[in-house]
Design a protein around this ligand. Structure first.
Ligand code: SAM
Length: 228
């Protein structure tokens, strides 16, 4: 399959990371098979046990969705990008590679701003950024993303939200006033976890937000939201 990223070193690293993710799928399936036997268990709720289980799992953004984000960032000529959910850094590498291309053509500076609260994952992500050669385009912080990304300045061009738990709605509320007109927010799995995104859609659907949205037919639904 052709990648929009024309950098064989990055594509090889991404192949390796997606293979690692595929290797973890059996353990994830087994975890949910066991837990689903508990009477009150819901896979939409990340309880402490599930958070601990996923502390060393990639759960990377699907490849076609990550490539789509790359293309949108190229199309927007985006240089200020926020990523919500970093893990081992797979999607971050796509975002940073797109920023690198934009800067090569337009000049200036650019960053992906992100934060990972699992220290071991953050360390692996940093090493992957070095291996991909895109570390200079990534500002990875450590800790809760709502705390860590408070100071991101306007104008923000693009946000990717690929995270579990109650983060998307408060995060978008916090950054919405700093989005430039035409900014794009991509949110993963808005069809399969629609109920979990109730607060997010309540905010987006309020005309005061200045946001309009549609669900793209990627697996599980991929939300494409635009700031007016
Ligand atoms: C679905 S994964 C992100 C995958 C990533 N986008 C990729 O393509 O590889 C979500 C990540 O968000 C992290 N996370 C969850 N809640 C967080 C929070 N409140 N602050 C920072 N990181 C958080 C988890 O540890 C997990 O690694």
């Amino acid at each position: 399959m052709t990648s929009p990223i024309r950098d064989s070193k990055i594509n090889q690293l991404l192949d390796d990371l997606y293979q690692l993710e595929a290797d973890q799928q059996a353990a994830i399936g087994e975890y949910y098979r066991k837990r689903s036997q508990e009477p009150d268990f819901s896979d939409a709720v990340f309880d402490d046990q599930t958070v601990e289980f996923f502390a060393d799992k990639l759960v990377a953004l699907d490849r076609d969705k990550a490539e789509f984000c790359y293309q949108v960032i190229r199309s927007l000529r985006a240089t200020s990008v926020v990523e919500v959910g970093t893990s081992f850094g797979v999607s971050t590498i796509y975002l940073a590679a797109a920023i690198r291309e934009n800067i090569a053509e337009d000049g200036g500076e650019g960053r992906v701003y992100c934060s990972e609260y699992e220290p071991a994952k953050a360390e692996i992500a940093r090493s992957n950024f070095d291996r991909a050669g895109v570390a200079e385009f990534i500002d990875l912080r450590e800790g809760d993303i709502l705390e860590q990304l408070k100071d991101i300045e306007a104008p923000i061009d693009f946000i990717l939200m690929d995270i579990w738990g109650p983060i998307p709605a408060p995060l978008l509320k916090m950054l919405n006033p700093r989005l430039r007109a035409g900014a794009v927010i991509i949110t993963d799995n808005t069809e399969s976890y629609r109920h979990g995104y109730r607060d997010l859609f309540e905010f987006i659907d309020d005309p005061v937000s200045g946001l309009s949205t549609m669900t793209l037919p990627f697996e599980g639904g991929l939300e494409f939201t635009v700031k007016s």
